[in-house]
Design a protein around this ligand. Structure first.
Ligand SMILES: [Zn+2]
Length: 210
């Protein structure tokens, strides 16, 4: 759904994506949806408890982010001794090997972007849950929109790291607890994005500010 911070669901007009028929958008309650009166195409959905569920997913994601950074991601066994790597070590390894550009990219993908998404989600939704206005909702939503492709593609970076490690058969590689935590964190982040209903966000914000 396109993001327009000035858009309010109760007052705006909306053209049907299928047949272009313009509708005056009514005020709909959570759990309801609006369809085109001519062709029946879905115009908008107000998911039930969208904001609370997105907040729950974001907080779950933050918990998994912390776990992902506490435990080893991968453990290498070589000649009887084992070496564990944390999430951050992927970036450090590239950096110290001289591939500093790659190190920065991996650092952004594996640490900065996921944490930024989760913190922006929580600082946006937690105040609203408590009936307060978030610090800068328009900016926060814009940041979330920009970071969405990053959040969605973290899983690919993870796949590349694992594939890279698996290719090296000089060592036995076992998967650590952090890898599962990281996968669950990405899943929770994607779920937070999917459940967050912007229409509900702006109308809740209007209620708070009123
Ligand atoms: Zn239509």
């Amino acid at each position: 759904m396109a993001i327009d911070s000035n858009f309010t669901y109760t007052e705006a007009y909306l053209a049907c994506p299928e047949c272009d028929l313009v509708h005056a958008v009514p005020s709909i309650r959570e759990g309801e949806q609006g369809r085109c009166i001519r062709c029946g195409a879905l115009l908008f959905v107000r998911h039930k408890d969208s904001l609370d569920r997105a907040l729950a997913f974001a907080m779950t994601g933050l918990m998994f982010f912390i776990l992902a950074n506490m435990f080893p991601l991968l453990t290498f066994e070589m000649e009887g001794r084992s070496e564990s790597n944390r999430l951050i070590d992927g970036a450090i390894a590239f950096w110290t090997a001289g591939y500093w550009e790659l190190g920065i990219v991996v650092f952004i993908f594996s640490v900065v972007a996921p944490l930024a998404v989760l913190l922006v989600l929580i600082t946006l939704l937690l105040p609203m849950r408590l009936g307060k206005a978030p610090p800068s909702p328009q900016l926060q939503v814009r940041i979330l929109t920009h970071l969405k492709p990053w959040a969605m593609s973290e899983i690919f970076i993870l796949g590349i790291i694992v594939a890279f490690v698996k290719l090296q058969d000089f060592a036995d590689v076992s998967v650590g607890l952090s890898l599962f935590a990281f996968v669950l964190m990405v899943a929770a982040t994607v779920m937070a994005y999917m459940t967050l209903d912007e229409g509900a966000l702006w109308s809740r914000l209007k209620e708070i500010q009123a």
